[in-house]
Design a protein around this ligand. Structure first.
Ligand code: MRU
Length: 381
Protein backbone atom coordinates (compact mmCIF):
# COMPACT_ATOMS: atom_id res chain seq x y z
CA UNK A 1 0.00 0.00 0.00
CA UNK A 2 1.29 3.46 -0.91
CA UNK A 3 1.11 6.03 1.89
CA UNK A 4 -1.08 8.87 0.68
CA UNK A 5 -1.77 12.00 2.72
CA UNK A 6 -3.82 13.53 -0.11
CA UNK A 7 -6.37 11.64 -2.23
CA UNK A 8 -7.65 13.68 -5.13
CA UNK A 9 -9.77 13.28 -8.23
CA UNK A 10 -11.51 16.17 -9.95
CA UNK A 11 -14.29 17.40 -7.65
CA UNK A 12 -13.23 15.22 -4.70
CA UNK A 13 -10.50 15.75 -2.09
CA UNK A 14 -9.70 13.67 0.99
CA UNK A 15 -6.90 14.16 3.48
CA UNK A 16 -5.48 11.64 5.91
CA UNK A 17 -6.18 13.04 9.40
CA UNK A 18 -2.64 13.33 10.80
CA UNK A 19 -3.92 14.11 14.31
CA UNK A 20 -5.09 10.48 14.49
CA UNK A 21 -1.93 8.85 13.17
CA UNK A 22 -0.26 6.48 13.84
CA UNK A 23 -3.08 4.67 15.58
CA UNK A 24 -6.04 5.41 13.33
CA UNK A 25 -5.97 5.91 9.56
CA UNK A 26 -8.99 8.04 8.73
CA UNK A 27 -9.57 10.31 5.77
CA UNK A 28 -11.57 13.56 6.01
CA UNK A 29 -13.41 15.03 3.02
CA UNK A 30 -12.44 18.57 2.08
CA UNK A 31 -15.31 20.22 0.23
CA UNK A 32 -14.21 23.85 0.18
CA UNK A 33 -11.53 26.43 0.89
CA UNK A 34 -13.03 26.84 4.38
CA UNK A 35 -12.59 23.11 5.04
CA UNK A 36 -9.01 23.31 3.72
CA UNK A 37 -8.26 26.34 5.94
CA UNK A 38 -9.43 24.44 9.05
CA UNK A 39 -7.59 21.22 8.10
CA UNK A 40 -4.37 23.24 7.81
CA UNK A 41 -4.90 25.37 10.94
CA UNK A 42 -5.78 22.29 13.06
CA UNK A 43 -2.78 20.41 11.60
CA UNK A 44 -4.89 17.51 10.31
CA UNK A 45 -2.75 18.15 7.26
CA UNK A 46 0.72 19.66 7.70
CA UNK A 47 4.16 19.94 6.15
CA UNK A 48 5.01 22.88 3.87
CA UNK A 49 4.28 21.29 0.45
CA UNK A 50 1.14 19.43 1.64
CA UNK A 51 -0.31 22.62 3.14
CA UNK A 52 0.04 24.43 -0.20
CA UNK A 53 -1.44 21.56 -2.20
CA UNK A 54 -4.42 20.99 0.11
CA UNK A 55 -5.19 24.73 0.04
CA UNK A 56 -4.98 24.85 -3.77
CA UNK A 57 -7.07 21.69 -4.25
CA UNK A 58 -9.62 22.62 -1.56
CA UNK A 59 -10.50 25.68 -3.61
CA UNK A 60 -10.41 23.62 -6.84
CA UNK A 61 -13.00 21.20 -5.43
CA UNK A 62 -15.20 24.10 -4.30
CA UNK A 63 -15.02 25.65 -7.79
CA UNK A 64 -15.83 22.38 -9.55
CA UNK A 65 -18.89 21.69 -7.40
CA UNK A 66 -20.36 25.20 -7.18
CA UNK A 67 -22.92 26.89 -9.39
CA UNK A 68 -20.63 29.11 -11.43
CA UNK A 69 -21.21 32.69 -12.54
CA UNK A 70 -20.92 33.00 -16.32
CA UNK A 71 -18.78 36.14 -15.86
CA UNK A 72 -14.99 35.70 -15.84
CA UNK A 73 -14.65 38.66 -13.50
CA UNK A 74 -16.94 37.17 -10.82
CA UNK A 75 -15.01 33.90 -10.76
CA UNK A 76 -11.69 35.75 -10.67
CA UNK A 77 -12.74 37.90 -7.70
CA UNK A 78 -13.99 34.78 -5.90
CA UNK A 79 -10.70 32.90 -6.48
CA UNK A 80 -8.48 35.82 -5.42
CA UNK A 81 -10.45 36.38 -2.22
CA UNK A 82 -10.37 32.68 -1.29
CA UNK A 83 -6.62 32.49 -1.94
CA UNK A 84 -6.00 35.50 0.32
CA UNK A 85 -8.06 33.76 3.01
CA UNK A 86 -6.22 30.43 2.64
CA UNK A 87 -2.83 32.12 3.07
CA UNK A 88 -3.88 33.23 6.59
CA UNK A 89 -4.10 29.63 7.85
CA UNK A 90 -0.40 29.23 8.78
CA UNK A 91 2.28 31.91 8.29
CA UNK A 92 5.74 30.31 8.24
CA UNK A 93 5.81 27.88 5.31
CA UNK A 94 6.25 29.93 2.13
CA UNK A 95 4.93 27.20 -0.17
CA UNK A 96 1.34 28.25 0.51
CA UNK A 97 1.97 31.93 -0.26
CA UNK A 98 4.00 30.94 -3.31
CA UNK A 99 1.21 28.64 -4.59
CA UNK A 100 -1.39 31.38 -4.01
CA UNK A 101 0.72 33.92 -5.90
CA UNK A 102 1.12 31.56 -8.88
CA UNK A 103 -2.56 30.55 -8.89
CA UNK A 104 -3.63 34.21 -8.78
CA UNK A 105 -1.43 34.92 -11.78
CA UNK A 106 -2.89 31.96 -13.70
CA UNK A 107 -6.45 33.03 -12.86
CA UNK A 108 -5.88 36.66 -13.86
CA UNK A 109 -4.20 35.64 -17.13
CA UNK A 110 -7.13 33.35 -17.98
CA UNK A 111 -9.60 36.15 -17.22
CA UNK A 112 -7.68 38.58 -19.44
CA UNK A 113 -8.02 36.34 -22.52
CA UNK A 114 -10.45 37.30 -25.30
CA UNK A 115 -13.77 35.40 -24.88
CA UNK A 116 -12.93 34.46 -21.28
CA UNK A 117 -15.92 33.37 -19.22
CA UNK A 118 -16.49 31.87 -15.78
CA UNK A 119 -15.94 28.36 -17.10
CA UNK A 120 -12.59 29.08 -18.77
CA UNK A 121 -11.28 30.85 -15.65
CA UNK A 122 -12.36 27.92 -13.47
CA UNK A 123 -10.69 25.42 -15.83
CA UNK A 124 -7.42 27.41 -15.77
CA UNK A 125 -7.42 27.51 -11.95
CA UNK A 126 -8.32 23.84 -11.46
CA UNK A 127 -5.74 22.58 -14.01
CA UNK A 128 -3.00 24.68 -12.39
CA UNK A 129 -3.89 23.41 -8.90
CA UNK A 130 -3.90 19.79 -10.16
CA UNK A 131 -0.49 20.31 -11.76
CA UNK A 132 0.92 21.31 -8.36
CA UNK A 133 0.00 17.89 -7.00
CA UNK A 134 1.73 16.06 -9.86
CA UNK A 135 4.80 18.31 -9.88
CA UNK A 136 5.40 17.88 -6.15
CA UNK A 137 5.86 14.09 -6.38
CA UNK A 138 8.29 14.45 -9.30
CA UNK A 139 10.23 17.16 -7.49
CA UNK A 140 10.52 15.03 -4.39
CA UNK A 141 11.85 12.03 -6.29
CA UNK A 142 14.50 14.28 -7.81
CA UNK A 143 15.36 15.76 -4.39
CA UNK A 144 15.77 12.20 -3.09
CA UNK A 145 18.06 11.25 -5.96
CA UNK A 146 20.28 14.36 -5.75
CA UNK A 147 20.46 14.17 -1.97
CA UNK A 148 21.41 10.48 -1.91
CA UNK A 149 24.13 11.01 -4.52
CA UNK A 150 25.55 13.94 -2.53
CA UNK A 151 25.66 11.93 0.71
CA UNK A 152 27.36 9.00 -1.05
CA UNK A 153 29.92 11.17 -2.80
CA UNK A 154 30.57 13.96 -0.30
CA UNK A 155 30.49 12.48 3.19
CA UNK A 156 33.38 10.50 4.65
CA UNK A 157 31.03 7.65 5.65
CA UNK A 158 29.27 7.69 2.26
CA UNK A 159 32.54 7.20 0.39
CA UNK A 160 33.16 4.02 2.41
CA UNK A 161 29.74 2.31 2.16
CA UNK A 162 26.16 2.39 3.41
CA UNK A 163 25.44 5.30 5.75
CA UNK A 164 23.36 6.11 8.82
CA UNK A 165 21.27 9.28 8.74
CA UNK A 166 19.37 11.34 11.29
CA UNK A 167 16.25 13.32 10.42
CA UNK A 168 13.86 15.59 12.29
CA UNK A 169 10.10 16.22 12.11
CA UNK A 170 8.14 14.62 9.26
CA UNK A 171 9.09 15.43 5.69
CA UNK A 172 7.84 12.29 3.97
CA UNK A 173 4.76 11.19 2.03
CA UNK A 174 2.61 12.65 4.80
CA UNK A 175 4.09 16.14 4.48
CA UNK A 176 4.02 16.29 0.69
CA UNK A 177 2.12 14.93 -2.31
CA UNK A 178 4.28 11.80 -1.99
CA UNK A 179 7.81 10.41 -1.39
CA UNK A 180 8.98 13.38 0.66
CA UNK A 181 11.95 15.75 0.80
CA UNK A 182 14.42 14.95 3.62
CA UNK A 183 12.74 11.60 4.14
CA UNK A 184 12.84 11.21 0.35
CA UNK A 185 16.65 11.39 0.57
CA UNK A 186 16.58 8.58 3.15
CA UNK A 187 14.12 6.60 0.98
CA UNK A 188 16.39 7.05 -2.02
CA UNK A 189 19.50 5.92 -0.07
CA UNK A 190 17.55 2.86 1.08
CA UNK A 191 16.38 2.05 -2.46
CA UNK A 192 20.01 2.19 -3.68
CA UNK A 193 21.16 -0.17 -0.91
CA UNK A 194 23.21 2.72 0.53
CA UNK A 195 21.36 3.17 3.83
CA UNK A 196 22.62 1.37 6.91
CA UNK A 197 20.21 2.87 9.43
CA UNK A 198 17.84 5.84 9.80
CA UNK A 199 17.33 7.64 13.10
CA UNK A 200 14.34 9.92 13.61
CA UNK A 201 13.87 12.37 16.45
CA UNK A 202 10.61 12.46 18.35
CA UNK A 203 10.10 16.17 17.49
CA UNK A 204 8.41 17.62 20.53
CA UNK A 205 5.96 19.08 21.13
CA UNK A 206 3.82 17.77 18.31
CA UNK A 207 5.70 14.48 17.82
CA UNK A 208 5.79 14.51 14.04
CA UNK A 209 8.88 12.27 14.33
CA UNK A 210 7.54 9.57 16.63
CA UNK A 211 3.99 9.60 15.24
CA UNK A 212 4.52 10.26 11.53
CA UNK A 213 8.13 9.68 10.42
CA UNK A 214 8.36 6.51 12.51
CA UNK A 215 5.07 5.39 10.94
CA UNK A 216 6.47 5.94 7.43
CA UNK A 217 9.76 4.18 8.24
CA UNK A 218 7.94 1.16 9.67
CA UNK A 219 5.55 1.17 6.70
CA UNK A 220 8.45 1.13 4.20
CA UNK A 221 10.42 -1.42 6.26
CA UNK A 222 13.43 0.90 6.44
CA UNK A 223 15.78 -0.05 9.32
CA UNK A 224 15.19 2.74 11.79
CA UNK A 225 15.36 3.83 15.42
CA UNK A 226 13.44 6.53 17.24
CA UNK A 227 15.23 8.85 19.70
CA UNK A 228 13.92 11.70 21.83
CA UNK A 229 15.14 15.15 20.81
CA UNK A 230 17.45 15.29 23.84
CA UNK A 231 19.34 12.16 22.70
CA UNK A 232 20.71 13.64 19.46
CA UNK A 233 24.02 14.87 20.95
CA UNK A 234 24.70 11.48 22.54
CA UNK A 235 23.89 9.76 19.23
CA UNK A 236 26.38 11.95 17.36
CA UNK A 237 29.09 11.02 19.88
CA UNK A 238 28.76 7.34 18.96
CA UNK A 239 31.07 6.06 16.27
CA UNK A 240 29.95 2.43 16.23
CA UNK A 241 29.17 0.50 13.04
CA UNK A 242 25.53 1.57 12.71
CA UNK A 243 25.40 4.74 14.78
CA UNK A 244 28.10 6.62 12.86
CA UNK A 245 25.86 9.35 11.43
CA UNK A 246 27.00 10.53 7.97
CA UNK A 247 24.64 13.49 7.81
CA UNK A 248 21.59 15.08 9.36
CA UNK A 249 18.94 15.85 6.75
CA UNK A 250 15.92 18.05 7.46
CA UNK A 251 13.17 19.74 5.46
CA UNK A 252 12.30 23.43 5.36
CA UNK A 253 9.32 25.73 5.64
CA UNK A 254 11.08 28.77 4.23
CA UNK A 255 14.63 29.25 2.98
CA UNK A 256 15.69 32.91 2.81
CA UNK A 257 17.83 34.24 -0.05
CA UNK A 258 20.98 33.94 2.09
CA UNK A 259 20.21 30.29 2.99
CA UNK A 260 18.91 30.90 6.54
CA UNK A 261 16.26 28.20 6.98
CA UNK A 262 13.05 28.11 9.01
CA UNK A 263 12.06 24.56 9.88
CA UNK A 264 10.46 22.64 12.73
CA UNK A 265 11.51 23.76 16.21
CA UNK A 266 14.62 21.82 17.21
CA UNK A 267 16.27 22.00 13.78
CA UNK A 268 18.64 24.78 14.90
CA UNK A 269 19.83 22.70 17.88
CA UNK A 270 20.59 19.78 15.56
CA UNK A 271 22.58 22.05 13.22
CA UNK A 272 24.73 23.25 16.15
CA UNK A 273 25.30 19.64 17.25
CA UNK A 274 26.23 18.62 13.69
CA UNK A 275 28.84 21.39 13.42
CA UNK A 276 30.35 20.47 16.80
CA UNK A 277 30.62 16.80 15.79
CA UNK A 278 31.84 17.39 12.22
CA UNK A 279 28.67 15.86 10.77
CA UNK A 280 27.21 17.30 7.54
CA UNK A 281 23.95 19.21 7.92
CA UNK A 282 21.64 19.24 4.88
CA UNK A 283 18.36 20.98 4.10
CA UNK A 284 16.13 19.27 1.51
CA UNK A 285 13.39 21.39 -0.06
CA UNK A 286 11.76 22.09 -3.42
CA UNK A 287 12.42 25.46 -5.04
CA UNK A 288 8.90 26.48 -3.99
CA UNK A 289 10.26 26.65 -0.41
CA UNK A 290 13.01 29.11 -1.38
CA UNK A 291 11.81 32.64 -0.74
CA UNK A 292 14.09 35.06 -2.56
CA UNK A 293 11.97 37.99 -1.37
CA UNK A 294 13.08 37.27 2.19
CA UNK A 295 16.70 38.37 2.50
CA UNK A 296 17.55 36.60 5.76
CA UNK A 297 16.04 34.53 8.54
CA UNK A 298 15.37 37.54 10.77
CA UNK A 299 12.50 38.51 8.41
CA UNK A 300 10.71 35.15 8.76
CA UNK A 301 7.51 35.15 10.83
CA UNK A 302 7.57 32.22 13.26
CA UNK A 303 4.16 30.76 14.06
CA UNK A 304 3.37 30.38 17.76
CA UNK A 305 0.93 27.62 18.61
CA UNK A 306 -1.26 26.97 21.66
CA UNK A 307 0.47 25.96 24.89
CA UNK A 308 -1.74 22.90 25.19
CA UNK A 309 0.30 21.23 22.43
CA UNK A 310 3.16 21.20 24.97
CA UNK A 311 1.19 20.36 28.11
CA UNK A 312 -1.25 17.77 26.74
CA UNK A 313 -0.59 14.48 24.96
CA UNK A 314 -3.19 12.46 23.10
CA UNK A 315 -3.17 8.74 22.37
CA UNK A 316 -4.96 5.43 22.74
CA UNK A 317 -5.55 4.06 26.23
CA UNK A 318 -2.76 1.75 27.42
CA UNK A 319 -3.26 -0.53 30.41
CA UNK A 320 0.45 -1.25 30.80
CA UNK A 321 0.31 -4.23 28.45
CA UNK A 322 -1.99 -3.55 25.51
CA UNK A 323 -3.23 -0.55 23.54
CA UNK A 324 -6.96 -0.01 23.24
CA UNK A 325 -7.22 1.75 19.88
CA UNK A 326 -10.92 2.38 20.35
CA UNK A 327 -10.35 4.77 23.26
CA UNK A 328 -8.33 7.92 22.57
CA UNK A 329 -7.41 9.79 25.74
CA UNK A 330 -5.79 13.14 26.39
CA UNK A 331 -3.45 13.37 29.37
CA UNK A 332 -1.69 16.34 30.93
CA UNK A 333 2.10 16.03 31.23
CA UNK A 334 2.88 19.41 32.84
CA UNK A 335 2.15 21.24 36.06
CA UNK A 336 -1.21 22.97 35.94
CA UNK A 337 -0.89 26.74 35.53
CA UNK A 338 2.65 26.80 34.09
CA UNK A 339 3.31 29.35 31.31
CA UNK A 340 4.22 27.83 27.95
CA UNK A 341 6.18 29.15 24.96
CA UNK A 342 5.42 27.13 21.83
CA UNK A 343 7.12 28.42 18.67
CA UNK A 344 6.42 25.91 15.90
CA UNK A 345 9.65 26.65 14.01
CA UNK A 346 13.15 28.02 14.47
CA UNK A 347 15.67 29.53 12.07
CA UNK A 348 18.97 27.80 11.38
CA UNK A 349 21.64 30.26 10.21
CA UNK A 350 23.03 29.48 6.76
CA UNK A 351 26.50 29.28 8.28
CA UNK A 352 25.55 25.92 9.86
CA UNK A 353 24.14 24.41 6.64
CA UNK A 354 26.40 22.42 4.29
CA UNK A 355 24.04 22.02 1.36
CA UNK A 356 20.51 22.78 0.16
CA UNK A 357 19.11 19.84 -1.78
CA UNK A 358 16.56 20.86 -4.42
CA UNK A 359 14.91 19.05 -7.33
CA UNK A 360 17.51 20.52 -9.71
CA UNK A 361 20.58 19.70 -7.65
CA UNK A 362 22.40 20.45 -4.41
CA UNK A 363 23.38 24.07 -3.78
CA UNK A 364 26.63 24.50 -1.89
CA UNK A 365 28.26 27.66 -0.58
CA UNK A 366 30.36 29.85 -2.88
CA UNK A 367 34.05 30.59 -2.37
CA UNK A 368 33.14 33.21 0.25
CA UNK A 369 31.30 30.57 2.28
CA UNK A 370 27.84 31.99 1.42
CA UNK A 371 24.70 30.66 -0.28
CA UNK A 372 23.80 33.09 -3.04
CA UNK A 373 20.36 31.71 -3.84
CA UNK A 374 19.37 34.90 -5.68
CA UNK A 375 22.07 34.16 -8.16
CA UNK A 376 21.40 30.40 -8.39
CA UNK A 377 17.59 30.62 -8.72
CA UNK A 378 15.99 33.40 -10.64
CA UNK A 379 12.34 34.10 -9.82
CA UNK A 380 10.16 31.85 -12.00
CA UNK A 381 6.94 33.78 -12.52
O1 MRU B 1 4.32 22.12 11.81
P1 MRU B 1 4.53 21.19 10.65
O2 MRU B 1 4.33 19.76 10.98
O3 MRU B 1 3.74 21.63 9.43
O4 MRU B 1 6.07 21.39 10.30
C1 MRU B 1 6.63 20.64 9.26
C2 MRU B 1 8.07 20.90 9.05
O5 MRU B 1 8.69 21.69 9.74
C3 MRU B 1 8.70 20.21 7.89
O6 MRU B 1 10.05 19.93 8.16
C4 MRU B 1 8.64 21.13 6.66
O7 MRU B 1 7.34 21.63 6.48
C5 MRU B 1 9.05 20.42 5.42
S1 MRU B 1 7.92 19.15 4.95
C6 MRU B 1 8.50 18.49 3.51
Amino acid sequence: MVLQAIKYSRGRLEILDQLKLPHQEEYDHVYSSTDAWHAIKDMRTRGAPAIAIVAALGLAVELVNMKLSPAAEDVTVFVLEKLDYLVTSRPTAVNLADAARKLKKTTESAAAKANADGESVREAYVSAAEKMLVDDVNDNENIGRHGAEWVIQKTEAGKKGPVSMLTHCNTGSLATAGYGTALGVIRSLHAKGSLKHAFCSETRPYNQGSRLTAFELVHDEIPATLITDSMAAALLQLKGPSENIAAIVVGADRVAANGDTANKIGTYSLAILARHHGVKFLVAAPRTTIDLATKSGSEIVIEERPGKEVTLVKGPRHDGVTLDLAVIETVSIAANGINVWNPAFDVTPAELIDGIITEVGVVEKDKDGKFDLNHVFKVDG
